[in-house]
Structure formats: C-alpha cells, structure tokens
Design a protein around this ligand. Structure first.
Ligand code: GDP
Ligand code: ZN
Length: 355
C-alpha cells in the first residue's frame, strides 16, 4: 500500500514541507478513542498518543486529532507512535456539541464527498435535502444525492421525485439505486474515485449500511469490529472508521457521523440557495429581507412562478436558524471573554495580596 491510497495528496505534502517537518513521517487517523488514536500509513497501523506540547498548545477540542486527519508522527517498531502535529484540514465535518449549544464538535476531517441518502418512501423530503446540502457547503464537502430503495416504487413516482429535485437543486449529481436489486449501484461506483474520502449522511433506516455493503466489493470482511490487546494489558475494541471501498475510494463511518443533525448547518446557505442569492442582487435594498420591501426581485420571481414559494419558505426558515445559532455563538464568546477577564483580575488581586 502507498500513502496516496489513504488519500495523501500534494496539499498535505506541501503543508508538511512548509512546516519544516520533512524528516518526520505522516499517517492518517483511522480511529479515535479517548485521546488514543489508531494511525495508519504505508508501514502499517500504530497506536498513537499526542505529544505534551500538542496537548498544551491546544486551545480547545478542535485542536486535537480527529478521524480523517493527516498527522505528522514518529513511529516505533513496537507499534506505538507519537503524534507531533496535525496538518491543516481540507474540510471539517462538525456538529453541535450535545447540551452545549453554540459549541462545535468535530466528527471527521478531510472528507471530499458526502453521499446524502434519502429513500423513495416516507423519508423523502426536499426541504431536508436542502438542509443536508447546506451542511455540506458549510463543511466544504462536495455533495452527491443518492435516492435509495427504488425497488419500492414505480417509474412514474420515481420520475416525479427526480423532477422535484432537479427543479430546486442544480449542479449536484443525483443517483437513484436499489440495494435490493443493485440497479443503479454501478452508476454510483463511477463517482467513487481512488484516494478520495466519502461519508454518508441520511436518516436512520434509509439504507446507509446496506449501501456500504453494496460498495465494499471484496473488502467486505474488513469492516468487522476488531478487538485487540494493547499495551498495559488493557483491551480496547476499535472499529476502523476509515473503510476501503471499491475503486480505491475511502469511506469514513463513525458513531458521530450517524448523529449529525441537519440543524448542524450554520453557513453555506448562499451556495444551497444560489438562485435566491443571485436574485437578491436585483432587489432595491442591499439588505432586503424579501418580506415587505418595495422592488424585491425575489418576491417578483415567486409571483412570476420563476421560483417555488416553498423553496423560499425553506430558505427563510434556515436563515432564521442560522441567525439564532450565530447570536448564540456571539453570546458564548462574550461570556468566555468575561470569564477570562475575571480570571485575570483574580490573579492580579492575588498577586497584590501577596505583597
Ligand atoms: P441505515 O439505518 O440507513 O443504515 O439503513 P439500513 O441499511 O440498515 O436499512 C434499513 C432497512 O431498509 C433494512 O431492513 C434494509 O434491508 C432495508 N433496505 C436497505 N436498502 C434497501 C433497498 O434498496 N430496497 C429495499 N426494499 N429495502 C432496503
Ligand atoms: Zn428582496
């Protein structure tokens, strides 16, 4: 195996050179468990920890390695390794930290493509599809739409769904397939590229696990959970979260990935709702909210039937969520700053009390 087969490319190579880390090795984080990492490179898999320096210079959780990260490390024949630093990320998929609104938690890094899965039956929902697209745009990951379980419907209904998608979503590949009959799976395989990293998003039950099986080819067995003995006699069970697919593509699938909410999109609205963004250039007011203003190009387009009213409603809803999210983040920053000032004052008074 070569390092490129794990997704290493010129971008990471260049970063490593720029950081003057030429003498050290690189590897990709394929699993993480409580600050212990499984890192893979052309020499094999290593059980790694981070250096004290990396830990102490970290400003928060996001400065720690995550699955998919490219790290610079020193490996040892014993199978242990020490992570020196993280190479700059090309993309970051994160979600709202549980119970800590406004705080983000990284799920995986350096994903190139997302397969957004919706099934033809109950799950199909165009507004939700736009939310997932927004999440992809926010995270700088290219989307591919997968309409699954086509064996459960007839051609007319399927064409109806595809028509709905095409009328609202442009420039995103749409593949329809069945894991049951395998019809359409080959079309998706053509969009799986060597050395590129993919992930799956979609509600529970839409057929994501079945799709992984359809895309595994001969690698099927390798996704089994591996239990292993590590140093200090402890047993940890590690699920390799970077899965090799057909054509040399890679898939990141971890528990966090399954829990990404579609509310986790705080930006990327402009890309998803490109049409509204373009139209708004022609509104009379540059800060037009497209609700009650005069000479609003967006409202005009709705009246003309050029854009769908429901498309615009979904935009407004997501825009409001985004504003709410941003104000929460701003509030949190302010509190953190106040807290920092308080600590400083405390230290100062303690010092002056000592004298
Ligand atoms: P996940 O929760 O998204 O991983 O969904 P699963 O892959 O576990 O699938 C949920 C259920 O849908 C299972 O009972 C699958 O057998 C079924 N299923 C998955 N793909 C298809 C499909 O293409 N056609 C049909 N009819 N059933 C499917
Ligand atoms: Zn307007």
């Amino acid at each position: 195996m070569r390092i490129q087969d794990l997704g290493y490319n010129d971008h990471f190579k260049k970063s490593k050179t720029e950081k003057n880390l030429e003498g050290l090795e690189v590897g990709r984080v394929i699993a993480e468990h409580k600050e212990r990492y499984i890192v893979k490179n052309e020499k094999g898999e290593f059980e790694a920890e981070i250096t004290g320096n990396l830990r102490f210079s970290a400003n928060g959780r996001n400065d720690f390695p995550a699955v998919g990260d490219w790290v610079v490390l020193i490996t040892h024949d014993s199978g242990l390794a020490l992570i020196h630093s993280i190479l700059p990320r090309l993309s970051v998929l994160s979600r709202q930290a549980v119970k800590k609104f406004g705080e983000r938690q990284i799920i995986a890094c350096n994903i190139d493509y997302t397969l957004i899965v919706q099934s033809v039956n109950r799950d199909f929902n165009i507004n939700r599809l736009e939310r997932y697209l927004t999440l992809c745009h926010t995270s700088k990951i290219k989307p591919i739409i997968v309409v699954s379980k086509t064996d459960l419907t007839n051609e007319q209904h399927l064409n109806d769904l595809l028509g709905k998608i095409n009328s609202r979503i442009k420039n995103v590949p749409v593949i329809h397939l069945s894991n049951e009959t395998q019809i359409g799976v080959d079309k998706l395989k053509k969009l799986l590229y060597k050395g590129k990293t993919y992930c799956l998003l979609g509600s529970s039950g839409v057929g994501k696990s079945s799709l992984i099986n359809s895309l595994l080819g001969e690698n099927r067995m390798k996704t089994d959970t591996i239990s292993e003995s590590v140093d200090r006699g402890k047993h940890i069970t590690t699920y390799r979260e970077l899965i090799p697919l057909v054509n040399g593509a890679l898939l990141i699938d971890n528990p966090g990935m399954r829990e990404v909410g579609i509310a986790d999109s705080s930006g990327g609205l402009e890309s998803t709702f490109q049409k509204i963004h373009d139209l708004s250039q022609d509104c009379r007011f540059s800060d037009c909210t497209h609700t009650s203003e005069r000479d609003c190009a967006v409202k005009l387009a709705i009246e003309n039937g050029e854009i769908d009213a429901s498309y615009f409603q979904n935009y407004l809803k997501l825009e409001r969520e985004k504003e709410h999210y941003e104000s929460t983040v701003a509030e949190k920053r302010r509190k953190d700053k106040d807290f920092g000032k308080m600590i400083k004052r405390y230290k100062k008074t303690r010092k002056s009390n000592k004298h």
